[in-house]
Design a protein around this ligand. Structure first.
Ligand code: ZN
Length: 272
């Protein structure tokens, strides 16, 4: 499933293609929205943004197209002249004079009033969006120490959208490694320095992934990995998908754990 950084990058690309542009045609092809097709005819897209893993396309007539990709949804942006060979089910299509912007396969799509976005059942229950400008180290540190979070295991906390919105599998492993947090620990078992380091790691690793196309390692490691001809999955992260390989810091073997069937990779020495 795409995580917050991937959705935010997609929102940036869609915004570039649609916001303020002349849209020649909008097609809603999914039952939950096709009945609203008329509401949108002639409307302009004013902005596109993401909130955690939700995509929000805002129109100038007071409506917003909300979509969540879940496991299968996918946005594509192509030149309008490119032949469309996808076998996926088309849900939404925007055509400008040059581009075709399409949403495929998603099932969680709604047209809502823009002023109701914050009270949407999915969005209103989310924790702080880790990529939001207003969510800084101190917000995240307070959240870790909150009643809702302080007694929960790190491994569970880092995937729970109600605690921290926008995180997913790869970010969870990378954030805990970068903060030297053992996945079994709970915030209440940590001192204030460790909690601050954890909060900083949530923000910094998520931002790094957003700015650098999902890559969480430093530029040196990325370049060295490419130079060595390693596959992307070996150099993209510090620990995630590097199980059984040596830790980049201490050379211990990276270990894979599973929590609720989802993989978490960590270094038993750095995250003792
Ligand atoms: Zn290590």
């Amino acid at each position: 499933m795409p995580e917050g950084p991937e959705i935010k990058r997609a929102a940036d690309r869609i915004s570039k293609a649609l916001a303020g542009q002349e849209v020649e045609k909008i097609r809603f092809l999914y039952p939950s929205i096709s009945k609203h097709q008329k509401l949108i005819s002639g409307a302009k897209v004013t902005s596109v943004n993401s909130h955690a893993k939700a995509m929000l396309i805002n129109f100038d007539n007071g409506f917003t197209l909300y979509s969540h990709n879940q496991l299968y949804g996918k946005w594509t942006i192509n030149m309008r002249t490119t032949a469309n060979r996808s076998r996926r089910s088309l849900r939404v299509e925007f055509l400008t004079s040059k581009k075709a912007i399409r949403l495929w396969s998603a099932t969680d799509i709604e047209l809502i009033s823009t002023d109701k976005v914050k009270s949407h059942p999915f969005i209103k229950n989310l924790g702080p969006d880790v990529l939001c400008d207003f969510v800084d180290y101190s917000v995240l540190s307070d959240r870790l120490q909150s009643k809702d979070c302080r007694n929960r295991m790190a491994a569970h906390l880092m995937l729970d959208q109600k605690s921290f919105a926008g995180l997913g599998n790869y970010l969870r492993s990378e954030i805990l490694f970068f903060a030297n947090i053992n996945p079994h620990l709970k915030p209440r078992e940590l001192d204030s320095n460790s909690l601050l380091k954890w909060a900083m790691s949530i923000k910094d690793i998520s931002m790094r992934a957003y700015l650098n196309n999902g890559i969480t390692v430093s530029k040196d490691i990325e370049e060295q990995g490419k130079l060595n001809g390693e596959p992307r999955r070996y150099w993209r992260h510090y620990v995630f998908t590097r199980n059984d390989r040596p830790c980049r810091i201490c050379s211990s073997k990276i270990v894979r754990l599973r929590f609720g069937g989802r993989r978490l990779d960590y270094c038993p020495t750095c995250q003792d």
